[in-house]
Design a protein around this ligand. Structure first.
Ligand code: HEC
Length: 201
């Protein structure tokens, strides 16, 4: 008799709990559910014509692709300031120098040790790349190049241009003469030369 009572209590408890399904059976549609309400049978509605996701209105094609009318840009489409080049240096040292080296000669740690790349890492100081329009560098970062993969997911467009500005500075620096230095730079170089001469003696 006692066990029958407990059994009945259990049944009552279960049926009471069973009634509370309203929280997880809600009259709503999950994405891509079927629907009898709409004529096309889909619960998800198509976007209105002309809808653009926030932050995705990429009207300035040249800024986002590095090309205009099928040609690489030969001028960086943002103002090149000292801050931009500094930002480029920081991003370059993080994302590119492991393979390309701090000066862009293609002798980064990864290229020198271990990591097997299908092709040698590019050296920026060849005649071909020195003459290459800036848009090509932007495109290499965006879409990758041969064995090099794309950095689009890690480097935002504005930072890609900053890196390109820094690569241009690297190219200048590796191919400069004393005449390219300003007065302060020339004075420093003269000092270095004297020190070297002293050291040689
Ligand atoms: C994991 C190594 C690696 C990293 C990191 C890397 N690259 Fe490269 N890069 C390569 C390799 C390998 C090549 C040569 C690809 C080929 O010729 O197939 C290359 C080639 C290039 C070239 C030459 C393209 C040409 O026209 O010859 C440029 C410019 C370049 N990389 C820019 C960058 C920039 C800018 C970054 C940082 C955002 C970067 N790379 C990061 C491996 C790397």
């Amino acid at each position: 008799m006692k066990s029958l009572k407990i059994g009945l209590l259990g049944l009552v408890a279960m049926s009471v709990a069973g009634c509370h399904t309203d929280m997880w059976r809600q009259p709503k549609h999950e994405p891509l559910d079927a629907s009898e309400f709409f004529a096309d049978g889909q619960a998800s509605r198509p976007l209105l014509p002309g809808t653009i996701a926030r932050d995705h209105l990429r009207e300035d094609g040249a800024f986002f692709t590095g090309a205009e009318n099928g040609k690489w840009l030969d001028k960086i489409p943002v103002e090149v300031t000292k801050d931009l080049v500094k930002r480029g240096q920081e991003r370059y040292d993080i994302y590119c120098s492991p393979c390309h080296g701090r000066t862009g000669d293609g002798k980064g740690m990864i290229a020198l040790r271990g990591f097997q790349l299908k092709r040698p890492v590019g050296n920026y100081h060849t005649d071909r790349l020195r003459k290459m329009p800036v848009g090509h560098f932007y495109d290499v970062i965006t879409n990758g190049y041969g064995a090099m993969y794309s950095y689009a997911s890690r480097v935002e467009p504005q930072d890609r241009w900053a890196i390109v500005a820094y690569i241009k500075a690297l190219q200048l620096s590796q191919n400069a003469t004393v005449e390219d230095a300003d007065a302060e730079g020339k004075a420093k170089l003269a000092m270095t030369n004297t020190e070297e001469k002293v050291a040689v003696k």
